[in-house]
Design a protein around this ligand. Structure first.
Ligand SMILES: [Zn+2]
Length: 274
């Protein structure tokens, strides 16, 4: 019971945090037509972080740093190409879904490296609040993410418009909103993402694409699910890590928002469809 209460409290805390998209931009984000330099940084950062995580994890779990380093680097590189494809979801139908599959392939390769599993031993992906795990030893398993579940309920309660077509095309549960969401300090956002659940204003170009990138970021923290005890069928490690890392941006907004690595990545990768 204590575990149930503490995980409920954790879910509530997580609900208060989110990643959103504002509409007045500082200089490093303002010129957003086509930015090869920013994308190169995103590419390098993902390959590098994958390699570092792989090295550290494999050193601890048994395969040794070098083995984890190259596998993590490959996984991180693949996640970048997942974003390249998935960021076109406003332009090309189903690119959000295909991009997610590729992003999650890269993320799974990094996880396998971290825990010294075979290169493709386990593949994990999501649809909305559900996590699907396909493992060559354990077979097919399904888990539920509490923050994503709460977010879906929240969007229905406040009356955001569930879009079945967007959901099929992007491979998650997608909501449309027709007024900006307003934060605790009063700043307005054209979109908002909690865990793997995006909501966006269709009138605002690149917002669907931007929020979709945020859902991919959550999947790249999937390895954190394995570091915390699972509660029944609930997994919350990736959601907890994401909320923790986004805390400065959510608490302080302003510069903390625009220099948040998750936001800089989403702004660098997003592509307007109209
Ligand atoms: Zn954002």
């Amino acid at each position: 019971m204590k575990t149930v209460i503490s995980s409920a409290a954790l879910s509530l805390t997580l609900l208060l945090s989110n990643m959103s998209k504002a509409d007045d931009f500082p200089e490093h984000i303002a010129d957003r037509t086509n930015y090869p330099r920013e994308r190169a940084i995103v590419f390098g950062a993902n390959a590098g972080i994958g390699a570092i995580l792989g090295c550290l994890g494999a050193q601890i779990s048994g395969d040794g740093c070098l083995e984890g380093l190259w596998r993590g680097g490959i996984g991180g590189t693949i996640t970048y190409f997942g974003m390249e494809i998935g960021s076109r979801d406003e332009q090309v139908p189903f690119s959000g879904l295909v991009g997610r599959g590729i992003n999650d392939l890269g993320a799974s390769i990094v996880s396998n490296a971290i825990f010294s599993r075979g290169f493709l031993e386990r593949y994990e992906t999501t649809f909305g609040p559900l996590v699907f795990s396909i493992d060559s030893n354990y077979g097919f398993r399904t888990y539920i993410q509490p923050l994503a579940t709460g977010t879906v309920i929240y969007h229905f309660i406040v009356g955001h418009d569930f879009s079945l077509m967007d959901s099929i095309e992007d491979g998650t549960l997608v909501f449309r909103m027709y007024e900006p969401s307003v934060s605790r300090t009063g700043s307005a956002s054209a979109g908002t993402t909690n865990s793997t659940i995006p909501a966006y204003m269709p009138s605002q170009p690149a917002t669907r694409s931007h929020e979709n990138i945020h859902t991919y970021q959550l999947s790249r923290m999937r390895w954190a699910d394995e570091l915390v005890p699972q509660v029944w069928i609930f997994r919350y490690g990736a959601e907890a890590l994401s909320a923790l890392l986004s805390l400065p941006a959510n608490l302080f907004e302003g510069d903390a928002y625009y220099y948040d690595p998750f936001e800089m990545e989403a702004y660098a990768m997003e592509r307007p469809g109209h």
